[in-house]
Design a protein around this ligand. Structure first.
Ligand code: ZN
Ligand code: ZN
Ligand code: FE
Length: 730
């Protein structure tokens, strides 16, 4: 990893042990040549392994004996470039304690300077144009260091020795609106666009209802939850419950948005995350953020500076154009953002931090694979796109790209692909893609001229392979792939799948019974359509004799059109997607009939589920088919009997967990496989995951989940890459 203060560390260590030689950065990693007393060299190696600098992660140390060169001192040499080898660039990390102290010290020359950083903190990834990581190849190239900064930069005993973005108020970047003016505007209820590490944020005061409503209106983002930045952990605890593991995630140098359970007495407006019993909070991670919180704010809305689903805005001129209709004011600065990176999102469940959106602080750190891979580009999915480049033992997942349906997002995709190929020097000749014929990533892959081979990969197979690769397992596993949509090998929409799989292939061994999905994309936005499909599948014409509230809520005119479509399967496509079953149940029990973003109904259904309920509904398995009609029948009976929604929601979740246990047990007795991988967007559901995992473990299964790679479609590209690699080597 470059930009983590490794060379100064080596220099200081060698000096303290009286060793001579040199250290340098190359595109192959860090190279050290060292001479001296054997005991001192042993101590050097021990320190290197056990006490590396905070941001360094040593993947391997290779050693070789060389003839003595007769060095007279230890020095840091110029970086060299070794073509074809790779050395990852560090992700951007939060301001360190030393820099924070300087920022708040009136006697320090960096007092209140918003671009304070050192080798232990700051923005390598977003400012780096090319490797090796040296100032001329970053967006800091246009800021020549002043004498004081240069002295720090050249002093091996200084914390800023070779800190590439080193700067101070005399020589470095500067902001355009003052901090106090920004604070004043926020207090007055205005929306301020603030430039950060990887793009702009749109910021407002969360206690100011009209400001929050105005932001929603202007951003055209009706119900999606807004992330908040809080001053410190104590403020977070006023709004949400914070466990020790959540505390650790919040304060980690990666500083993700952490999804936390909202306190019942949380003073913040419900409008920040409607229908949700959680809030996404993060702590300040740049000096600018700390300065903003120097005022009276305990929390600020900090949502991505973009329009609707477009990529986050990075350039000053771009911001003025695209965010001009949303923001009342702009806090610009003149350090360019070379690479666009959103905030990451994490949640702690089933015992670990699990990344749901992998961006700032995580990307572009590679996933290390337990086997060597060819140079492959895996193009990823549609809605939560990431792509993946592989080389040697590393899989470089891109940061979260987003919904490729937008032209701007697709541009972001291509721009990031070009940059990552250059940064990591990967020239793939193989392109892997999803089988869905209409995905932009699919047509991009099949038309990609650089590849001589194009490999189509089934969506749920990729989910399971991603989980295997992340957990370093090979061989056969039972794969449970539950999500909202994925193109099946039979042209139907899958998503409630039990596979027996390895990297090279899979068998589909069980799946939810097919029901007709009507209206294409509209079925996703109108869960009542899925409810109707499940009700008709369960009751047929008997449905008319039931006085179900839902049937009165659907406008008669819509019902007249859609019902015959479902009954006669006209313009419908069969689906076995678990996400659509969540939608159906949410609508049947009256949680939500329409949504304005994917999975909204499922999230609210989970929010409603009462704790401490053990009941579950019946289901049947015949051959490959898992038939949930007995459950739907009982749910309808419970709705008619006015059982509490929270009780039904919990029993429904318990049923899905019971299906997982039952099918996995059958597959284990048939195939003798004891390892289960859970992957797909449905496994972001904390209630379901915790229940399924504990029951599976109680039955002796070895269970694998995602942690550093998202379980949703943001993790698919990794699976595509390792499958393509397995198919190649066969
Ligand atoms: Zn620092
Ligand atoms: Zn300076
Ligand atoms: Fe999926």
């Amino acid at each position: 990893m470059q930009g983590v203060g490794f060379r100064p560390f080596v220099y200081n260590l060698a000096q303290s042990l009286g060793l001579v030689g040199y250290v340098l950065n190359s595109s192959a990693g860090v190279h050290v040549d060292i001479e001296g007393d054997g005991v001192a060299i042993d101590r050097f190696l021990l320190q290197l392994r056990n006490n590396p600098p905070p941001l360094a992660q040593i993947e391997s140390i290779e050693m070789e004996d060389c003839p003595a060169a007769g060095y007279s001192a230890f020095e840091i040499r110029e970086s060299v470039d070794e073509p074809g080898r790779l050395a990852p660039v560090s992700p951007d990390v939060a301001t360190c304690a030393d820099c924070l102290r300087e920022l708040q010290d009136p006697a320090n020359r960096r007092f209140e300077y918003p671009f304070t950083n050192c080798t232990n903190c700051g923005p390598p990834y977003t400012i780096t144009r090319a490797i090796p990581y040296d100032r001329p190849l970053t967006t800091m190239a246009c800021f020549p260091m002043c004498a004081d900064c240069l002295r720090e930069y050249e002093d091996p005993s200084d914390r800023r020795f070779h800190a590439q973005p080193n700067a101070c108020p005399v020589c470095g970047p500067s902001i355009r609106l003052s901090i106090s003016e920004a604070q004043r505007l926020l207090h007055a209820g205005q929306i301020v666009a603030i430039k950060g590490f990887g793009g702009f944020h749109l910021v407002c005061d969360p206690f100011n209802e009209p400001a929050v409503r105005l932001l929603r209106e202007r951003k055209k983002r009706s119900d999606k939850p807004y992330a908040l930045m809080v001053r410190d952990v104590a403020s977070a605890e006023k709004f949400c419950f914070v466990s020790a593991a959540e505390h650790a995630a919040l304060t980690s140098i990666r500083r993700p948005i952490v999804i936390l359970r909202r306190r019942p007495d949380c003073p913040l407006s419900e409008a920040l995350a409607p229908g949700n019993n959680t809030l996404g909070l993060m702590l300040p991670y740049t000096p600018l953020h700390y300065l903003l919180f120097g005022g009276e704010f305990s929390a600020l809305v900090m949502t991505s500076g973009n329009v609707s689903e477009e990529p986050i805005v990075t350039g000053n001129r771009e911001a003025a154009q695209r965010l001009g209709a949303i923001a009342d004011a702009f806090l610009f600065h003149n350090r360019d953002i070379h690479t666009r990176v959103d905030d990451s999102v994490s949640r702690i469940f089933a015992g670990s931090e699990r990344v749901l959106r992998r961006s700032r602080g995580y990307a572009p750190h590679p996933v290390t694979l337990s086997f060597p891979v060819a140079a492959i580009l895996a193009c990823g999915e549609q809605l939560k796109n990431t792509f993946c480049l592989t080389k040697q033992h590393s899989a470089f997942l891109s940061q979260h790209i987003g919904d490729l349906q937008n032209w701007e997002t697709f541009e972001f995709y291509r721009e990031t692909l070009d940059r990552m190929q250059e940064l990591f020097r990967i020239k793939p000749t193989v392109a892997a893609y999803d089988l869905h014929p209409e995905y932009l990533s699919t047509s991009f892959a099949t038309h990609w001229r650089d590849a001589t081979e194009h490999i189509g990969i089934q969506h749920h197979h990729a989910h399971i392979a991603s989980c295997m690769a992340e957990n370093g397992i090979t061989g056969k596993v039972i794969g449970v792939a539950f999500d909202g949509t994925g193109y099946g090998t039979d042209g139907k929409i899958w998503g409630g799948e039990f596979l027996v799989a390895n990297f090279a292939g899979f068998e589909r061994r069980a799946h939810l019974r097919y029901v007709p999905l009507s209206g294409g994309d509209r079925a996703v936005l109108e869960p009542w359509r899925m409810a109707l499909a499940y009700l008709l599948d369960t009751f047929g014409s008997r449905l008319d004799s039931l006085d179900l509230p839902l049937m009165h809520r659907i406008p008669a005119q819509k019902l007249r059109v859609v019902r015959p479509m479902i009954e006669r399967r006209i313009n419908t496509v069969d689906t076995s997607a678990c996400g659509r079953l969540f939608d159906a149940v949410a609508s049947i029990i009256g949680v939500r009939d329409e949504v304005n973003f994917e999975a909204q109904a499922a999230i609210e259904l989970e929010s409603r589920a009462l704790a401490g309920i053990d009941d579950a509904y019946p289901f049947e398995i015949s051959g490959e088919e898992i038939d949930v009609r007995p459950m739907i029948e009982r749910i309808v009976r419970d709705v008619l009997a006015r059982k509490p929604t929270g009780w039904i929601a919990a029993s429904f979740h318990n049923t899905i967990a019971a299906i997982i246990i039952e099918v996995c047990s059958r597959l284990r007795s048939e195939d003798g496989i004891n390892r289960v991988c859970l992957s797909g967007g449905t496994f972001q559901n904390v209630y379901l995951v915790e229940r399924a995992v504990s029951s599976l473990r109680a039955k002796g299964f070895e269970v694998f989940l995602h942690s550093r790679v998202p379980p949703n479609d943001g993790g698919i590209s990794l699976g595509q890459a390792v499958i393509a690699n397995a198919l190649l080597s066969r």
